[in-house]
Design a protein around this ligand. Structure first.
Ligand code: NAP
Length: 345
């Protein structure tokens, strides 16, 4: 960092997450001396605004990281696998939004409210978790601390923006033109595509040999890594729903101790960093994607005790998948490192 701040690069700047990274950096108190926008040949030459300045997107290449202090990656796993090590070798700290390094035992997987303590001065590459996992672990954190957790069972209701800018475009086309041929969801590498409009797809990403989707296994494995506890039994069913922004997660948690009344749990969530409680059934208040999209926090509602089991609770967690689920969480990691003096030489 020079006197004016960090020299920052964003790889995948033209994408859903990349554009949100630019906007989040504009409003976060991280000193940015310069910003380099990188994407593929397709977007090179296009411009995007940052703090009132028009910046030209450059095509990513091996020299893109010369002089860069901090690089955010959100251009898919293959790009990260190839270029993140180059960025690190050039002296940058890399925060990666893809799944490329998340389960690497040597690379921290971080949600600042939950496990920022794993970051150190030696950390050069940090993985940003899967979007649904981030909002889930923010909600689980206070429960782990006060009650301990035996098991977590979730069903997700994930927005289309989670599949990127092209999926959102395709969804809009489907709404306008019912004869539009889908080409992206449920997984770009599959042979069969389904319409998103007026539909609910119980598949996100490809199927694995055990019958779970890759997205479901990400939620399970990443939750274990972030909470640093493989003994918690986690199960997930991940579903794509026709919502533009905002993932919702219906969550059932079996605690290690009984809950006397749900007000204790509500109070616990209220006191938790990054959580906002919207829970008033008398006024039909609960979090919904249409009302919390573009907000920074993780919203929790529909908090209730199980009808049969003393140590089981149910609740509903909603967050903006592009913000807390990706761009914001990355910038919060950078901001934490900046404040702790962990960025730079
Ligand atoms: N959307 C979410 O909710 C979310 C949440 C967490 C993590 N992520 C992860 O973040 C990454 C980006 O997601 P997204 O939703 O922003 O996708 P997106 O809207 O499809 O954007 C992809 C970006 O990557 C760039 N790109 C693609 N191939 C490239 C290449 N070979 N070289 C350089 N740049 C290339 C694209 O540039 P062009 O414009 O030139 O094509 C674009 O800027 C993915 O790995 C995704 O899994 C997404």
């Amino acid at each position: 960092m020079d006197q004016k701040g960090y020299k920052v690069a964003i790889v995948g700047a033209s994408g859903e997450v990349g554009r949100s990274l630019i906007q989040t950096l504009e409003r976060y108190p991280i000193p940015v001396a310069s910003l380099r926008l990188l994407a593929s040949k397709r977007s090179a030459g296009k411009t995007l605004m940052f703090k009132g300045q028009s910046l030209v997107i450059e095509e990513l290449n091996k020299d893109s990281f010369e002089g860069i202090d901090l690089a955010f990656f959100s251009a898919g796993g293959d790009v990260s696998l190839e270029y993140a090590p180059i960025a690190v070798n050039s002296g940058a700290v890399v925060i990666d939004n893809t799944s490329a390094f998340r389960m690497d035992p040597n690379i921290p997987l971080v949600v600042p409210e939950v496990n920022a303590h794993v970051l150190s001065k030696d950390t050069r590459l940090i993985a940003n978790p899967n979007c649904s996992t981030i909002q889930l672990v923010v909600a689980l954190k206070p429960l782990v601390e006060v009650y301990g957790i035996e098991s977590v069972n979730v069903s997700t209701y994930q927005a289309i923006s989670g599949a990127g800018a092209k999926a959102l475009y395709e969804y809009d086309q489907e709404l306008i033109d019912p004869s539009y041929e889908p080409q992206i969801l449920p997984a770009r590498s599959d042979q069969r595509y389904y319409q998103m409009a007026h539909n609910v797809i119980p598949q996100i990403d490809v199927f694995m040999p055990n019958g779970y989707t890759k997205e479901e296994l990400k939620m399970i494995n990443e939750t274990h890594k972030i909470l640093d506890d493989d003994t918690i039994k986690v199960n997930a069913t991940c579903v794509r729903v026709p919502v533009r922004y905002g993932h919702s997660v219906a969550t059932t948690v079996k605690l290690k101790k009984a809950v006397e009344n749900k007000d204790q749990v509500i109070q616990l969530f209220k006191e938790s960093e990054g959580v906002i409680v919207r829970d008033d059934i008398h006024h039909q208040e609960y979090p919904m994607p249409a009302y919390i999209a573009h907000c920074d926090e993780v919203f929790v509602g529909r908090i209730r005790k199980d009808l049969d089991e003393e140590n089981v609770i149910h609740f509903w967690v909603v967050a903006d998948n592009i913000l807390k689920g990706a761009a914001l969480n990355s910038v919060q990691i950078a901001y934490y490192m900046h404040r702790q003096g962990l960025l730079g030489d």
